[in-house]
Design a protein around this ligand. Sequence first.
Ligand code: ZN
Length: 140
Amino acid sequence: MNLMSINAFFVVFGVIMGIAVIAIFAFSFMLMFGTKTKAKLLSRQFKTLNDATGMSQNDMESMLTNLQNMSIRSRKKVLDENEETLKDMADANARINKDAVKTTAGAIKEGFVGNKVYCKHCGSSIDADSKFCKSCGKEQ
Ligand SMILES: [Zn+2]
């Protein structure tokens, strides 16, 4: 086998592997989102449940509805009972975010203005490399 045929082998192998990967992906996609496939799987699950429990489809539907209502009611109850705490948490989050935004905005502003430091004596903003404060005149 010379170099050309080894290369050709790898090209063919790569194409076949690519097609296989795409086919597997397409198949799982169909399985996940295909309406017909979904309906078929659902009816199979229903049949299994029906065999196991003897419940009719109506019974199951009302049971599922009740379960959903229960879950919604309990979520609403949790929200109602903890309204104050949730509000406090939201406020705290807003405060934290506000401070973070302030800090970030300040950093960006400083970045635009250039390398600034503050005078050791009077605290005014001066250039980092200046030897004397231009506000109070003292040496840095
Ligand atoms: Zn100064």
